[in-house]
Design a protein around this ligand. Structure first.
Ligand code: TXA
Ligand code: MG
Length: 332
Protein backbone atom coordinates (compact mmCIF):
# COMPACT_ATOMS: atom_id res chain seq x y z
CA UNK A 1 0.00 0.00 0.00
CA UNK A 2 1.62 3.30 -1.04
CA UNK A 3 0.94 6.33 1.09
CA UNK A 4 -0.04 9.53 -0.68
CA UNK A 5 1.46 12.76 0.65
CA UNK A 6 -1.63 14.85 1.50
CA UNK A 7 -0.88 18.58 1.16
CA UNK A 8 -2.46 21.26 3.30
CA UNK A 9 -4.54 23.42 0.96
CA UNK A 10 -6.18 26.83 1.09
CA UNK A 11 -9.91 27.51 1.41
CA UNK A 12 -10.23 28.20 -2.32
CA UNK A 13 -8.10 25.26 -3.45
CA UNK A 14 -10.09 22.95 -1.17
CA UNK A 15 -13.38 24.28 -2.56
CA UNK A 16 -12.07 23.78 -6.12
CA UNK A 17 -10.95 20.25 -5.27
CA UNK A 18 -14.40 19.44 -3.87
CA UNK A 19 -16.14 20.88 -6.94
CA UNK A 20 -13.89 18.61 -8.98
CA UNK A 21 -15.05 15.53 -6.98
CA UNK A 22 -11.81 15.21 -5.01
CA UNK A 23 -11.75 14.64 -1.25
CA UNK A 24 -10.74 17.07 1.50
CA UNK A 25 -9.97 16.43 5.17
CA UNK A 26 -11.93 19.30 6.71
CA UNK A 27 -12.08 20.69 10.26
CA UNK A 28 -15.45 21.14 11.92
CA UNK A 29 -16.17 22.22 15.49
CA UNK A 30 -17.00 18.58 16.42
CA UNK A 31 -14.43 16.35 14.72
CA UNK A 32 -12.56 16.38 11.38
CA UNK A 33 -14.63 15.23 8.41
CA UNK A 34 -13.67 13.47 5.19
CA UNK A 35 -15.49 15.76 2.77
CA UNK A 36 -16.67 15.09 -0.76
CA UNK A 37 -19.24 16.71 -3.01
CA UNK A 38 -22.58 15.29 -1.89
CA UNK A 39 -24.22 15.41 -5.32
CA UNK A 40 -21.45 13.46 -7.09
CA UNK A 41 -21.71 9.70 -7.06
CA UNK A 42 -17.97 9.26 -7.70
CA UNK A 43 -16.97 11.53 -4.80
CA UNK A 44 -19.33 9.81 -2.37
CA UNK A 45 -18.15 6.37 -3.52
CA UNK A 46 -14.56 7.41 -2.77
CA UNK A 47 -15.55 8.51 0.74
CA UNK A 48 -16.91 5.02 1.45
CA UNK A 49 -13.84 3.39 -0.04
CA UNK A 50 -11.42 5.64 1.85
CA UNK A 51 -13.13 4.97 5.16
CA UNK A 52 -13.68 1.27 4.46
CA UNK A 53 -17.30 1.90 5.36
CA UNK A 54 -20.19 -0.41 4.39
CA UNK A 55 -22.20 1.19 1.57
CA UNK A 56 -25.56 1.00 3.33
CA UNK A 57 -24.55 3.44 6.08
CA UNK A 58 -25.74 7.00 5.41
CA UNK A 59 -23.54 10.10 5.60
CA UNK A 60 -24.33 13.63 6.78
CA UNK A 61 -24.71 16.42 4.19
CA UNK A 62 -23.18 19.72 5.37
CA UNK A 63 -24.55 23.02 4.03
CA UNK A 64 -23.53 26.63 4.69
CA UNK A 65 -26.71 27.92 6.32
CA UNK A 66 -30.39 27.49 7.03
CA UNK A 67 -31.31 28.83 3.58
CA UNK A 68 -29.19 26.10 2.00
CA UNK A 69 -30.86 23.50 4.18
CA UNK A 70 -34.46 24.54 3.52
CA UNK A 71 -33.76 24.79 -0.23
CA UNK A 72 -35.73 21.81 -1.47
CA UNK A 73 -32.83 20.12 -3.21
CA UNK A 74 -31.30 18.34 -0.19
CA UNK A 75 -34.38 17.77 1.96
CA UNK A 76 -37.91 17.67 0.54
CA UNK A 77 -39.50 19.17 3.63
CA UNK A 78 -38.57 20.94 6.83
CA UNK A 79 -41.00 20.05 9.65
CA UNK A 80 -41.79 22.77 12.23
CA UNK A 81 -39.87 20.82 14.83
CA UNK A 82 -36.76 20.94 12.63
CA UNK A 83 -37.20 24.67 12.04
CA UNK A 84 -37.23 25.31 15.77
CA UNK A 85 -34.11 23.23 16.32
CA UNK A 86 -32.30 24.81 13.37
CA UNK A 87 -33.09 28.35 14.52
CA UNK A 88 -31.84 27.61 18.02
CA UNK A 89 -28.71 25.55 17.32
CA UNK A 90 -27.43 26.14 13.77
CA UNK A 91 -24.67 26.69 12.94
CA UNK A 92 -23.45 24.16 15.48
CA UNK A 93 -23.05 20.54 16.57
CA UNK A 94 -26.53 19.41 15.53
CA UNK A 95 -27.58 17.13 12.65
CA UNK A 96 -31.25 16.91 11.62
CA UNK A 97 -32.80 13.86 9.97
CA UNK A 98 -35.34 15.06 7.39
CA UNK A 99 -37.25 13.73 4.39
CA UNK A 100 -34.82 13.10 1.53
CA UNK A 101 -34.79 15.64 -1.33
CA UNK A 102 -34.05 14.94 -5.01
CA UNK A 103 -30.41 15.98 -4.80
CA UNK A 104 -29.59 13.64 -1.90
CA UNK A 105 -28.73 10.42 -3.69
CA UNK A 106 -29.50 7.02 -2.27
CA UNK A 107 -25.73 6.53 -1.91
CA UNK A 108 -25.72 9.48 0.55
CA UNK A 109 -28.75 8.28 2.50
CA UNK A 110 -27.83 4.59 2.60
CA UNK A 111 -30.96 3.83 0.58
CA UNK A 112 -33.26 5.44 3.17
CA UNK A 113 -36.04 7.95 2.61
CA UNK A 114 -34.42 10.44 4.96
CA UNK A 115 -31.32 12.62 4.78
CA UNK A 116 -29.16 13.96 7.62
CA UNK A 117 -28.30 17.69 7.29
CA UNK A 118 -25.95 19.81 9.35
CA UNK A 119 -24.76 23.45 9.27
CA UNK A 120 -21.27 23.40 10.79
CA UNK A 121 -20.08 26.41 12.77
CA UNK A 122 -16.35 26.05 12.13
CA UNK A 123 -15.15 29.10 10.17
CA UNK A 124 -13.07 26.96 7.79
CA UNK A 125 -15.97 24.62 6.98
CA UNK A 126 -18.18 27.67 6.49
CA UNK A 127 -15.63 29.38 4.23
CA UNK A 128 -15.17 26.28 2.06
CA UNK A 129 -18.93 25.92 1.51
CA UNK A 130 -19.22 29.59 0.62
CA UNK A 131 -16.25 29.40 -1.73
CA UNK A 132 -17.90 26.46 -3.54
CA UNK A 133 -21.03 28.56 -4.04
CA UNK A 134 -18.93 31.48 -5.33
CA UNK A 135 -16.85 29.35 -7.69
CA UNK A 136 -19.93 27.53 -9.01
CA UNK A 137 -22.99 29.73 -8.38
CA UNK A 138 -25.23 27.56 -10.55
CA UNK A 139 -24.75 24.59 -8.25
CA UNK A 140 -25.54 26.61 -5.10
CA UNK A 141 -26.41 25.75 -2.42
CA UNK A 142 -23.60 23.20 -2.45
CA UNK A 143 -23.52 20.38 0.04
CA UNK A 144 -20.65 18.26 1.22
CA UNK A 145 -20.94 14.74 2.52
CA UNK A 146 -18.56 14.45 5.45
CA UNK A 147 -18.36 11.49 7.75
CA UNK A 148 -15.70 11.62 10.42
CA UNK A 149 -12.23 11.30 8.84
CA UNK A 150 -11.29 7.92 10.32
CA UNK A 151 -11.42 4.32 9.13
CA UNK A 152 -14.77 2.66 9.84
CA UNK A 153 -15.29 1.76 13.50
CA UNK A 154 -12.23 3.67 14.69
CA UNK A 155 -11.75 6.77 16.80
CA UNK A 156 -12.77 10.09 15.17
CA UNK A 157 -9.92 12.56 14.54
CA UNK A 158 -9.79 15.83 16.44
CA UNK A 159 -6.61 17.15 14.78
CA UNK A 160 -5.64 17.25 11.11
CA UNK A 161 -2.59 15.09 11.84
CA UNK A 162 -4.73 12.30 13.29
CA UNK A 163 -6.85 12.30 10.14
CA UNK A 164 -3.88 12.43 7.74
CA UNK A 165 -2.04 9.64 9.53
CA UNK A 166 -5.06 7.37 9.43
CA UNK A 167 -6.34 8.06 5.91
CA UNK A 168 -3.23 8.83 3.83
CA UNK A 169 -2.79 5.23 2.69
CA UNK A 170 -6.26 5.35 1.13
CA UNK A 171 -6.31 8.88 -0.33
CA UNK A 172 -5.22 9.90 -3.84
CA UNK A 173 -3.07 12.61 -5.42
CA UNK A 174 -5.21 15.75 -5.70
CA UNK A 175 -6.92 15.21 -2.35
CA UNK A 176 -6.20 17.90 0.27
CA UNK A 177 -6.38 18.63 3.97
CA UNK A 178 -7.17 21.86 5.83
CA UNK A 179 -5.73 22.53 9.28
CA UNK A 180 -8.12 24.18 11.72
CA UNK A 181 -6.29 23.20 14.91
CA UNK A 182 -7.86 20.99 17.58
CA UNK A 183 -11.67 20.67 17.42
CA UNK A 184 -13.50 22.60 20.13
CA UNK A 185 -16.20 19.98 20.93
CA UNK A 186 -14.23 16.78 20.34
CA UNK A 187 -17.25 14.47 19.93
CA UNK A 188 -19.55 14.17 16.92
CA UNK A 189 -22.73 16.20 16.48
CA UNK A 190 -26.02 15.38 18.15
CA UNK A 191 -28.28 13.62 15.63
CA UNK A 192 -32.00 14.36 15.95
CA UNK A 193 -34.62 12.55 13.88
CA UNK A 194 -37.31 15.12 13.03
CA UNK A 195 -39.69 12.76 11.21
CA UNK A 196 -42.07 12.24 14.13
CA UNK A 197 -44.00 14.39 16.61
CA UNK A 198 -41.19 14.49 19.15
CA UNK A 199 -37.48 15.03 18.50
CA UNK A 200 -35.73 11.66 18.62
CA UNK A 201 -32.09 11.81 19.68
CA UNK A 202 -30.22 9.12 17.71
CA UNK A 203 -26.75 10.12 18.90
CA UNK A 204 -25.95 12.41 21.87
CA UNK A 205 -23.50 15.27 21.29
CA UNK A 206 -22.78 18.93 22.03
CA UNK A 207 -26.44 20.00 21.75
CA UNK A 208 -27.84 18.22 24.77
CA UNK A 209 -31.23 16.82 25.76
CA UNK A 210 -31.45 19.68 28.27
CA UNK A 211 -30.70 22.25 25.53
CA UNK A 212 -33.49 20.82 23.38
CA UNK A 213 -35.91 20.79 26.31
CA UNK A 214 -35.34 24.55 26.82
CA UNK A 215 -37.29 25.08 23.57
CA UNK A 216 -40.34 23.49 25.18
CA UNK A 217 -39.77 20.33 23.13
CA UNK A 218 -39.88 16.90 24.69
CA UNK A 219 -37.00 14.85 23.25
CA UNK A 220 -36.81 11.06 23.42
CA UNK A 221 -33.47 9.29 23.34
CA UNK A 222 -33.19 6.14 21.31
CA UNK A 223 -30.47 3.78 22.43
CA UNK A 224 -30.82 1.36 19.51
CA UNK A 225 -32.07 3.29 16.46
CA UNK A 226 -33.80 1.25 13.77
CA UNK A 227 -32.19 3.33 11.03
CA UNK A 228 -28.59 2.56 10.23
CA UNK A 229 -26.43 4.75 12.38
CA UNK A 230 -22.87 3.37 12.33
CA UNK A 231 -22.09 5.20 15.53
CA UNK A 232 -24.87 3.13 17.05
CA UNK A 233 -23.22 -0.21 16.32
CA UNK A 234 -22.29 -1.81 19.59
CA UNK A 235 -18.55 -1.52 18.95
CA UNK A 236 -17.46 1.82 17.52
CA UNK A 237 -15.09 4.67 18.32
CA UNK A 238 -12.61 2.00 19.41
CA UNK A 239 -8.81 2.21 19.68
CA UNK A 240 -6.60 -0.92 19.32
CA UNK A 241 -6.19 -1.13 23.10
CA UNK A 242 -9.06 -2.80 24.90
CA UNK A 243 -11.29 -0.26 26.67
CA UNK A 244 -12.99 -1.20 29.93
CA UNK A 245 -15.23 0.95 32.07
CA UNK A 246 -14.20 1.10 35.68
CA UNK A 247 -17.15 0.48 37.95
CA UNK A 248 -15.75 -1.32 40.97
CA UNK A 249 -12.73 -3.42 41.83
CA UNK A 250 -9.04 -2.90 42.31
CA UNK A 251 -6.75 -1.07 39.90
CA UNK A 252 -4.53 -1.71 38.11
CA UNK A 253 -6.13 -4.92 36.80
CA UNK A 254 -3.80 -7.80 37.56
CA UNK A 255 -3.86 -9.62 34.22
CA UNK A 256 -1.97 -6.88 32.30
CA UNK A 257 1.31 -5.20 33.41
CA UNK A 258 0.44 -1.86 35.08
CA UNK A 259 2.69 0.11 32.74
CA UNK A 260 0.68 -1.19 29.75
CA UNK A 261 -2.57 0.13 31.26
CA UNK A 262 -3.97 3.59 30.58
CA UNK A 263 -6.25 5.53 32.90
CA UNK A 264 -8.85 8.04 31.82
CA UNK A 265 -10.96 9.95 34.36
CA UNK A 266 -11.84 13.42 35.62
CA UNK A 267 -8.91 15.26 37.22
CA UNK A 268 -10.39 14.85 40.70
CA UNK A 269 -9.75 11.07 40.50
CA UNK A 270 -6.15 10.05 41.24
CA UNK A 271 -4.15 7.82 38.93
CA UNK A 272 -3.81 4.28 40.36
CA UNK A 273 -0.19 3.26 41.02
CA UNK A 274 1.87 2.51 37.93
CA UNK A 275 -0.84 3.31 35.40
CA UNK A 276 -0.36 5.63 32.43
CA UNK A 277 -2.57 8.73 32.83
CA UNK A 278 -4.11 9.54 29.43
CA UNK A 279 -6.01 12.71 30.33
CA UNK A 280 -7.23 14.57 33.39
CA UNK A 281 -10.17 16.74 32.23
CA UNK A 282 -11.73 19.03 34.83
CA UNK A 283 -15.27 19.04 33.40
CA UNK A 284 -17.47 16.96 31.08
CA UNK A 285 -16.91 19.51 28.33
CA UNK A 286 -13.14 19.08 28.68
CA UNK A 287 -13.60 15.32 28.85
CA UNK A 288 -15.35 15.39 25.46
CA UNK A 289 -12.62 17.58 23.99
CA UNK A 290 -9.81 15.27 25.17
CA UNK A 291 -11.49 11.88 24.75
CA UNK A 292 -10.41 10.84 21.27
CA UNK A 293 -6.85 12.15 21.47
CA UNK A 294 -6.50 10.25 24.77
CA UNK A 295 -7.66 7.02 23.10
CA UNK A 296 -5.20 7.61 20.25
CA UNK A 297 -2.42 8.32 22.76
CA UNK A 298 -3.10 4.90 24.28
CA UNK A 299 -2.38 3.27 20.93
CA UNK A 300 0.70 5.45 20.34
CA UNK A 301 2.07 4.30 23.72
CA UNK A 302 1.27 0.69 22.77
CA UNK A 303 -0.97 0.18 25.77
CA UNK A 304 -3.00 -3.02 26.00
CA UNK A 305 -5.80 -1.75 28.19
CA UNK A 306 -7.54 1.58 28.83
CA UNK A 307 -9.52 1.84 32.05
CA UNK A 308 -12.03 4.70 31.79
CA UNK A 309 -14.14 6.21 34.55
CA UNK A 310 -17.32 7.83 33.19
CA UNK A 311 -17.79 11.53 34.03
CA UNK A 312 -19.81 12.01 37.19
CA UNK A 313 -22.56 14.05 35.54
CA UNK A 314 -23.86 12.02 32.66
CA UNK A 315 -26.25 14.79 31.69
CA UNK A 316 -25.16 17.51 29.29
CA UNK A 317 -22.22 16.62 27.08
CA UNK A 318 -21.23 14.04 29.71
CA UNK A 319 -23.97 11.88 28.16
CA UNK A 320 -22.10 11.97 24.83
CA UNK A 321 -18.82 11.04 26.55
CA UNK A 322 -20.52 8.12 28.32
CA UNK A 323 -22.15 6.98 25.07
CA UNK A 324 -18.83 6.95 23.16
CA UNK A 325 -16.94 5.24 26.00
CA UNK A 326 -19.60 2.52 26.29
CA UNK A 327 -19.33 1.84 22.58
CA UNK A 328 -15.52 1.89 22.67
CA UNK A 329 -15.76 -0.70 25.47
CA UNK A 330 -18.24 -2.96 23.65
CA UNK A 331 -17.02 -6.38 22.59
CA UNK A 332 -15.84 -6.43 18.94
O1 TXA B 1 -20.04 15.85 14.01
C1 TXA B 1 -20.35 15.16 13.04
O2 TXA B 1 -21.51 14.82 12.80
C2 TXA B 1 -19.21 14.71 12.12
C3 TXA B 1 -18.64 15.97 11.44
C4 TXA B 1 -17.55 15.65 10.46
O3 TXA B 1 -19.67 16.69 10.86
N1 TXA B 1 -19.66 13.76 11.16
C5 TXA B 1 -19.95 12.48 11.52
O4 TXA B 1 -20.29 11.67 10.45
O5 TXA B 1 -19.92 12.07 12.66
P1 TXA B 1 -20.34 10.08 10.54
O6 TXA B 1 -20.65 9.60 9.15
O7 TXA B 1 -19.13 9.56 11.16
O8 TXA B 1 -21.63 9.86 11.35
C6 TXA B 1 -22.83 10.27 10.76
C7 TXA B 1 -23.97 9.68 11.46
C8 TXA B 1 -23.96 8.19 11.26
O9 TXA B 1 -24.14 7.58 12.50
C9 TXA B 1 -25.09 8.01 10.28
O10 TXA B 1 -25.68 6.75 10.31
C10 TXA B 1 -26.05 9.06 10.72
O11 TXA B 1 -25.20 10.16 10.89
N2 TXA B 1 -27.00 9.33 9.65
C11 TXA B 1 -26.75 9.84 8.44
N3 TXA B 1 -27.88 9.88 7.71
C12 TXA B 1 -28.87 9.40 8.48
C13 TXA B 1 -30.27 9.18 8.30
N4 TXA B 1 -30.86 9.47 7.15
N5 TXA B 1 -30.97 8.66 9.33
C14 TXA B 1 -30.35 8.36 10.49
N6 TXA B 1 -29.03 8.54 10.73
C15 TXA B 1 -28.30 9.04 9.74
MG1 MG C 1 -17.87 8.43 12.42
Amino acid sequence: MSTTEIPIGTIDSAAAALLDSRLVILPTETVYGLAGRADRVDAVARIYHTKGRPSDHPVIVHVADYQGAVHDSWASGFPTLAQELAHAFWPGPLTLVLPRGPRSGLNVTGGQGTVALRVPAHPIAQAVLRSMDEQDPQGAPHGIAAPSANRFGKVSPTTVQHAITELSPYLQPGDLALDGGACSWGVESTIVDCMGERPMILRPGGVTTEDIATLGLDPVTISQPTTRVPGSLASHYAPRAQVVLHEFGALPADDVPADRQGFLALAEIETPAGMHRLAAPKTSVEYARMLYSALRAADDADLLLVVAVLPSEVDGVGAAVADRLRRAASPR
